[in-house]
Design a protein around this ligand. Structure first.
Ligand code: ADE
Length: 356
Protein backbone atom coordinates (compact mmCIF):
# COMPACT_ATOMS: atom_id res chain seq x y z
CA UNK A 1 0.00 0.00 0.00
CA UNK A 2 1.11 3.58 -0.65
CA UNK A 3 2.63 5.57 2.20
CA UNK A 4 0.12 8.14 3.31
CA UNK A 5 -0.09 11.44 5.12
CA UNK A 6 -3.49 13.01 5.88
CA UNK A 7 -4.23 16.71 6.33
CA UNK A 8 -7.83 17.26 7.38
CA UNK A 9 -10.05 20.14 8.43
CA UNK A 10 -10.69 19.18 12.03
CA UNK A 11 -13.26 16.58 12.93
CA UNK A 12 -15.98 16.50 10.33
CA UNK A 13 -17.80 13.52 11.84
CA UNK A 14 -21.51 14.23 11.83
CA UNK A 15 -23.14 14.49 15.21
CA UNK A 16 -26.62 13.50 14.16
CA UNK A 17 -27.80 9.93 13.73
CA UNK A 18 -27.18 8.95 10.10
CA UNK A 19 -29.13 6.34 8.19
CA UNK A 20 -27.55 2.93 7.63
CA UNK A 21 -27.85 3.58 3.89
CA UNK A 22 -26.27 7.03 3.97
CA UNK A 23 -23.39 7.18 1.46
CA UNK A 24 -21.37 9.41 3.81
CA UNK A 25 -18.40 7.69 5.43
CA UNK A 26 -18.86 6.76 9.08
CA UNK A 27 -16.29 5.77 11.69
CA UNK A 28 -17.23 2.07 11.27
CA UNK A 29 -16.45 2.28 7.51
CA UNK A 30 -13.05 3.87 8.15
CA UNK A 31 -12.11 1.04 10.52
CA UNK A 32 -12.54 -1.55 7.75
CA UNK A 33 -9.79 -0.17 5.51
CA UNK A 34 -8.75 -3.75 4.66
CA UNK A 35 -11.99 -4.23 2.69
CA UNK A 36 -10.83 -1.74 0.10
CA UNK A 37 -9.03 -3.05 -2.98
CA UNK A 38 -5.36 -2.09 -3.15
CA UNK A 39 -4.69 -2.67 -6.86
CA UNK A 40 -6.60 -2.05 -10.09
CA UNK A 41 -6.76 -5.83 -10.63
CA UNK A 42 -8.66 -6.28 -7.38
CA UNK A 43 -11.07 -3.46 -8.21
CA UNK A 44 -14.62 -4.58 -9.06
CA UNK A 45 -16.80 -2.45 -11.40
CA UNK A 46 -16.18 0.99 -13.00
CA UNK A 47 -14.69 -0.88 -15.96
CA UNK A 48 -14.15 2.13 -18.23
CA UNK A 49 -12.54 4.19 -15.47
CA UNK A 50 -10.28 1.31 -14.45
CA UNK A 51 -9.24 0.60 -18.06
CA UNK A 52 -8.43 4.26 -18.76
CA UNK A 53 -6.41 4.56 -15.57
CA UNK A 54 -4.61 1.29 -16.35
CA UNK A 55 -3.53 2.67 -19.75
CA UNK A 56 -2.49 6.05 -18.29
CA UNK A 57 -0.49 4.40 -15.51
CA UNK A 58 1.30 1.86 -17.72
CA UNK A 59 2.19 4.59 -20.26
CA UNK A 60 3.47 6.96 -17.55
CA UNK A 61 5.50 4.20 -15.92
CA UNK A 62 7.08 3.22 -19.27
CA UNK A 63 8.06 6.82 -19.92
CA UNK A 64 9.21 7.07 -16.32
CA UNK A 65 7.07 10.16 -15.91
CA UNK A 66 4.50 11.07 -13.29
CA UNK A 67 0.87 10.42 -14.20
CA UNK A 68 -1.20 13.32 -15.56
CA UNK A 69 -3.55 15.04 -13.08
CA UNK A 70 -6.73 13.00 -12.55
CA UNK A 71 -10.23 14.27 -11.78
CA UNK A 72 -12.56 11.67 -10.22
CA UNK A 73 -16.22 12.57 -10.36
CA UNK A 74 -19.12 10.67 -8.80
CA UNK A 75 -21.54 10.28 -5.89
CA UNK A 76 -20.20 9.66 -2.36
CA UNK A 77 -19.22 6.08 -1.46
CA UNK A 78 -18.36 4.90 -4.99
CA UNK A 79 -14.61 4.57 -4.32
CA UNK A 80 -12.98 7.87 -5.34
CA UNK A 81 -10.64 7.89 -2.33
CA UNK A 82 -9.88 4.19 -2.85
CA UNK A 83 -8.92 4.87 -6.48
CA UNK A 84 -6.64 7.75 -5.45
CA UNK A 85 -4.77 5.36 -3.14
CA UNK A 86 -4.61 2.71 -5.85
CA UNK A 87 -3.17 5.27 -8.31
CA UNK A 88 -0.41 6.15 -5.84
CA UNK A 89 0.30 2.48 -5.08
CA UNK A 90 0.41 1.53 -8.77
CA UNK A 91 2.80 4.43 -9.45
CA UNK A 92 4.95 3.38 -6.45
CA UNK A 93 4.47 6.86 -4.99
CA UNK A 94 3.42 8.41 -1.69
CA UNK A 95 0.04 10.02 -1.23
CA UNK A 96 -0.83 13.14 0.73
CA UNK A 97 -4.57 13.44 1.36
CA UNK A 98 -6.47 16.60 2.10
CA UNK A 99 -9.76 18.23 1.17
CA UNK A 100 -11.02 21.46 -0.37
CA UNK A 101 -12.36 22.93 2.90
CA UNK A 102 -9.14 22.00 4.77
CA UNK A 103 -6.98 24.19 2.53
CA UNK A 104 -7.49 27.72 3.77
CA UNK A 105 -4.29 29.69 3.26
CA UNK A 106 -1.81 29.74 0.36
CA UNK A 107 0.89 29.31 3.06
CA UNK A 108 -0.60 25.90 4.06
CA UNK A 109 -0.84 24.77 0.44
CA UNK A 110 2.70 25.98 -0.18
CA UNK A 111 3.89 23.79 2.70
CA UNK A 112 2.19 20.73 1.23
CA UNK A 113 3.30 21.38 -2.35
CA UNK A 114 6.92 21.93 -1.44
CA UNK A 115 7.00 18.64 0.51
CA UNK A 116 5.99 16.60 -2.57
CA UNK A 117 8.56 14.38 -4.29
CA UNK A 118 8.57 13.57 -8.00
CA UNK A 119 5.50 11.45 -8.86
CA UNK A 120 3.81 11.88 -5.48
CA UNK A 121 0.03 12.03 -5.43
CA UNK A 122 -1.68 15.01 -3.84
CA UNK A 123 -5.26 13.90 -3.23
CA UNK A 124 -7.79 16.72 -2.74
CA UNK A 125 -11.24 15.44 -1.80
CA UNK A 126 -14.21 17.75 -2.37
CA UNK A 127 -12.06 19.80 -4.72
CA UNK A 128 -15.13 21.86 -5.73
CA UNK A 129 -15.02 23.38 -2.24
CA UNK A 130 -11.61 25.06 -2.63
CA UNK A 131 -11.66 28.80 -2.09
CA UNK A 132 -11.09 30.93 -5.19
CA UNK A 133 -7.71 32.12 -3.84
CA UNK A 134 -6.41 28.58 -3.33
CA UNK A 135 -7.82 27.43 -6.65
CA UNK A 136 -5.96 30.19 -8.47
CA UNK A 137 -2.83 29.42 -6.48
CA UNK A 138 -3.01 25.82 -7.69
CA UNK A 139 -3.28 26.72 -11.41
CA UNK A 140 0.44 27.37 -11.94
CA UNK A 141 1.36 24.51 -9.60
CA UNK A 142 -0.61 22.10 -11.79
CA UNK A 143 0.43 23.55 -15.12
CA UNK A 144 4.01 24.75 -14.75
CA UNK A 145 5.03 23.00 -11.50
CA UNK A 146 5.93 26.29 -9.92
CA UNK A 147 4.10 28.82 -7.77
CA UNK A 148 4.28 32.57 -7.36
CA UNK A 149 4.44 33.22 -3.66
CA UNK A 150 3.85 36.73 -2.35
CA UNK A 151 6.07 37.79 0.53
CA UNK A 152 5.15 40.74 2.75
CA UNK A 153 2.28 43.12 2.07
CA UNK A 154 1.59 46.51 0.53
CA UNK A 155 4.56 48.53 -0.73
CA UNK A 156 7.04 45.87 0.39
CA UNK A 157 5.25 42.99 -1.34
CA UNK A 158 7.62 40.79 -3.29
CA UNK A 159 6.74 37.83 -5.48
CA UNK A 160 9.07 34.87 -5.63
CA UNK A 161 8.78 31.91 -7.97
CA UNK A 162 9.13 28.59 -6.19
CA UNK A 163 9.81 25.52 -8.34
CA UNK A 164 8.01 22.30 -7.45
CA UNK A 165 8.68 18.64 -8.21
CA UNK A 166 6.43 17.09 -10.88
CA UNK A 167 3.55 15.69 -8.84
CA UNK A 168 0.14 14.28 -9.73
CA UNK A 169 -2.95 15.98 -8.41
CA UNK A 170 -5.91 13.65 -7.95
CA UNK A 171 -9.07 15.64 -7.30
CA UNK A 172 -12.38 14.11 -6.24
CA UNK A 173 -15.73 15.79 -6.54
CA UNK A 174 -19.43 15.03 -6.29
CA UNK A 175 -20.19 18.20 -8.27
CA UNK A 176 -18.03 18.54 -11.38
CA UNK A 177 -20.25 21.42 -12.54
CA UNK A 178 -19.06 23.52 -9.61
CA UNK A 179 -15.41 23.41 -10.71
CA UNK A 180 -14.23 26.45 -12.63
CA UNK A 181 -13.37 25.86 -16.30
CA UNK A 182 -9.64 26.71 -15.83
CA UNK A 183 -9.40 24.13 -13.02
CA UNK A 184 -11.21 21.46 -15.05
CA UNK A 185 -8.95 22.10 -18.05
CA UNK A 186 -5.83 21.33 -16.04
CA UNK A 187 -6.78 17.68 -15.56
CA UNK A 188 -5.47 15.27 -18.21
CA UNK A 189 -7.64 12.34 -17.12
CA UNK A 190 -11.33 12.78 -16.30
CA UNK A 191 -13.04 9.76 -14.77
CA UNK A 192 -16.76 9.67 -14.15
CA UNK A 193 -17.84 6.99 -11.67
CA UNK A 194 -21.39 5.73 -11.91
CA UNK A 195 -23.46 3.66 -9.49
CA UNK A 196 -22.53 -0.06 -9.44
CA UNK A 197 -24.81 -2.73 -10.86
CA UNK A 198 -26.39 -5.29 -8.52
CA UNK A 199 -24.11 -8.00 -10.00
CA UNK A 200 -21.00 -5.91 -9.29
CA UNK A 201 -22.14 -5.19 -5.75
CA UNK A 202 -22.81 -8.89 -5.19
CA UNK A 203 -19.15 -9.53 -6.08
CA UNK A 204 -18.06 -6.76 -3.70
CA UNK A 205 -20.15 -8.32 -0.89
CA UNK A 206 -18.74 -11.80 -1.58
CA UNK A 207 -15.18 -10.46 -1.62
CA UNK A 208 -15.69 -8.59 1.67
CA UNK A 209 -17.33 -11.65 3.25
CA UNK A 210 -14.22 -13.69 2.34
CA UNK A 211 -11.94 -11.08 3.93
CA UNK A 212 -14.12 -10.89 7.07
CA UNK A 213 -14.54 -14.69 7.23
CA UNK A 214 -18.31 -14.43 7.05
CA UNK A 215 -20.07 -17.52 5.65
CA UNK A 216 -22.52 -16.24 3.03
CA UNK A 217 -24.86 -17.85 0.49
CA UNK A 218 -25.28 -16.40 -3.02
CA UNK A 219 -28.87 -15.38 -2.15
CA UNK A 220 -27.66 -13.50 0.94
CA UNK A 221 -25.06 -11.58 -1.07
CA UNK A 222 -27.65 -10.77 -3.72
CA UNK A 223 -30.17 -9.46 -1.17
CA UNK A 224 -27.56 -7.16 0.38
CA UNK A 225 -26.40 -6.01 -3.09
CA UNK A 226 -29.97 -5.16 -4.14
CA UNK A 227 -30.49 -2.88 -1.14
CA UNK A 228 -27.12 -1.10 -1.31
CA UNK A 229 -28.15 1.77 -3.61
CA UNK A 230 -25.42 1.05 -6.14
CA UNK A 231 -22.78 1.96 -3.52
CA UNK A 232 -20.00 -0.37 -2.24
CA UNK A 233 -19.59 1.58 1.00
CA UNK A 234 -23.24 0.87 1.81
CA UNK A 235 -22.92 -2.78 0.69
CA UNK A 236 -20.05 -3.35 3.13
CA UNK A 237 -21.94 -1.62 5.93
CA UNK A 238 -25.08 -3.69 5.34
CA UNK A 239 -22.95 -6.85 5.25
CA UNK A 240 -21.63 -6.04 8.74
CA UNK A 241 -25.18 -5.43 10.06
CA UNK A 242 -26.50 -8.68 8.57
CA UNK A 243 -23.45 -10.60 9.84
CA UNK A 244 -24.12 -9.40 13.40
CA UNK A 245 -27.78 -10.39 13.12
CA UNK A 246 -26.92 -13.81 11.63
CA UNK A 247 -24.44 -14.48 14.45
CA UNK A 248 -26.70 -13.37 17.29
CA UNK A 249 -30.08 -14.69 16.13
CA UNK A 250 -29.07 -17.60 13.86
CA UNK A 251 -26.08 -19.85 13.16
CA UNK A 252 -23.92 -17.15 11.56
CA UNK A 253 -24.51 -18.06 7.90
CA UNK A 254 -25.83 -15.10 5.84
CA UNK A 255 -28.75 -16.43 3.79
CA UNK A 256 -31.27 -14.50 1.71
CA UNK A 257 -33.94 -14.91 4.41
CA UNK A 258 -31.64 -13.63 7.16
CA UNK A 259 -30.52 -10.66 5.03
CA UNK A 260 -34.17 -9.87 4.31
CA UNK A 261 -35.19 -9.93 7.99
CA UNK A 262 -32.10 -8.06 9.21
CA UNK A 263 -32.44 -5.27 6.62
CA UNK A 264 -36.20 -5.04 7.19
CA UNK A 265 -35.41 -4.33 10.86
CA UNK A 266 -33.04 -1.57 9.73
CA UNK A 267 -36.00 -0.05 7.79
CA UNK A 268 -34.18 -0.50 4.47
CA UNK A 269 -36.70 -1.67 1.89
CA UNK A 270 -36.24 -3.97 -1.14
CA UNK A 271 -34.99 -1.07 -3.29
CA UNK A 272 -32.61 0.20 -0.59
CA UNK A 273 -34.82 3.16 0.32
CA UNK A 274 -34.77 4.38 3.92
CA UNK A 275 -37.24 6.47 5.92
CA UNK A 276 -36.10 9.79 4.47
CA UNK A 277 -36.31 8.58 0.85
CA UNK A 278 -39.83 7.33 1.43
CA UNK A 279 -40.85 10.51 3.25
CA UNK A 280 -39.40 12.54 0.38
CA UNK A 281 -41.46 10.66 -2.23
CA UNK A 282 -44.59 10.61 -0.07
CA UNK A 283 -44.36 14.36 0.40
CA UNK A 284 -44.20 14.94 -3.36
CA UNK A 285 -47.11 12.57 -3.88
CA UNK A 286 -49.39 13.45 -0.96
CA UNK A 287 -48.60 17.14 -0.38
CA UNK A 288 -47.89 18.20 -3.92
CA UNK A 289 -50.08 15.83 -5.88
CA UNK A 290 -47.08 14.07 -7.48
CA UNK A 291 -45.32 17.32 -8.39
CA UNK A 292 -43.86 19.34 -9.92
CA UNK A 293 -42.59 20.93 -6.72
CA UNK A 294 -39.51 23.05 -6.02
CA UNK A 295 -36.70 21.69 -3.83
CA UNK A 296 -37.04 24.60 -1.38
CA UNK A 297 -40.70 23.77 -0.76
CA UNK A 298 -39.80 20.10 -0.19
CA UNK A 299 -37.01 21.08 2.15
CA UNK A 300 -39.39 23.24 4.21
CA UNK A 301 -42.12 20.59 4.35
CA UNK A 302 -39.69 17.82 5.35
CA UNK A 303 -37.67 20.06 7.65
CA UNK A 304 -34.44 18.86 5.99
CA UNK A 305 -31.55 20.89 4.54
CA UNK A 306 -31.81 21.40 0.78
CA UNK A 307 -28.21 20.15 0.41
CA UNK A 308 -29.09 16.89 2.19
CA UNK A 309 -31.93 16.32 -0.24
CA UNK A 310 -29.89 17.29 -3.31
CA UNK A 311 -26.72 15.35 -2.36
CA UNK A 312 -28.05 12.34 -0.45
CA UNK A 313 -31.63 11.65 -1.41
CA UNK A 314 -32.15 12.73 -5.00
CA UNK A 315 -29.22 11.14 -6.88
CA UNK A 316 -30.28 7.57 -6.17
CA UNK A 317 -34.00 8.26 -6.71
CA UNK A 318 -33.14 9.84 -10.07
CA UNK A 319 -30.89 6.90 -10.92
CA UNK A 320 -33.59 4.28 -10.26
CA UNK A 321 -36.21 6.31 -12.10
CA UNK A 322 -38.38 7.21 -9.08
CA UNK A 323 -37.88 10.93 -9.57
CA UNK A 324 -37.84 13.36 -12.48
CA UNK A 325 -36.23 16.77 -12.32
CA UNK A 326 -38.06 19.14 -14.66
CA UNK A 327 -37.66 22.90 -15.19
CA UNK A 328 -40.84 23.41 -13.14
CA UNK A 329 -39.73 21.18 -10.24
CA UNK A 330 -39.45 17.59 -8.96
CA UNK A 331 -41.98 14.98 -9.99
CA UNK A 332 -42.55 11.47 -8.63
CA UNK A 333 -42.71 8.87 -11.41
CA UNK A 334 -45.23 6.11 -11.93
CA UNK A 335 -42.70 3.57 -10.56
CA UNK A 336 -42.37 5.60 -7.36
CA UNK A 337 -46.15 5.68 -6.91
CA UNK A 338 -46.26 1.91 -7.40
CA UNK A 339 -43.38 1.29 -5.00
CA UNK A 340 -45.23 3.19 -2.27
CA UNK A 341 -48.50 1.41 -3.02
CA UNK A 342 -50.25 4.46 -4.51
CA UNK A 343 -52.19 4.49 -7.78
CA UNK A 344 -50.59 6.72 -10.39
CA UNK A 345 -52.76 9.53 -11.69
CA UNK A 346 -52.21 11.88 -14.60
CA UNK A 347 -50.84 15.32 -13.87
CA UNK A 348 -53.37 17.65 -12.24
CA UNK A 349 -55.86 14.86 -11.51
CA UNK A 350 -56.92 14.05 -7.95
CA UNK A 351 -54.92 11.46 -6.08
CA UNK A 352 -56.28 7.94 -5.86
CA UNK A 353 -55.15 5.61 -3.08
CA UNK A 354 -54.55 2.07 -4.34
CA UNK A 355 -57.47 -0.27 -3.65
CA UNK A 356 -56.54 -2.82 -0.95
N1 ADE B 1 -14.74 -2.78 -1.81
C1 ADE B 1 -15.31 -1.59 -1.89
N2 ADE B 1 -15.35 -1.20 -3.17
C2 ADE B 1 -14.78 -2.15 -3.91
C3 ADE B 1 -14.53 -2.33 -5.29
N3 ADE B 1 -14.91 -1.42 -6.19
N4 ADE B 1 -13.93 -3.44 -5.69
C4 ADE B 1 -13.57 -4.36 -4.79
N5 ADE B 1 -13.79 -4.26 -3.49
C5 ADE B 1 -14.40 -3.17 -3.04
Amino acid sequence: MAREKVISAGDQEEAQEVSVVSPIEKEEDRREWNLRPHTLDEYIGQTTVVENLQIGIVAARRRQEPLEHVLLHGAPGLGKTTLAHIIAAEMGASIISTSGPALEKPKDVMGILSSLEVGDVLFIDEIHRLSRVIEEFLYSAMEDFQVDFVLDKGAYAKTIKIPLKRFTLVGATTRAGMLSAPMRDRFGIFAHMDYYSVEELKKVVERSARILNVPIEAGGALEIARRSRGTPRIANRLLRRVRDFAEVEYDGVVTQKIADIALGREMVDEMGLDKLDRAFLRTIIEFYNGGPVGIEALSATLNEETDTLVDMVEPYLLKIGFLNRTPSGRKATQTAFRHLGMAFHGEGEPLLPLAP
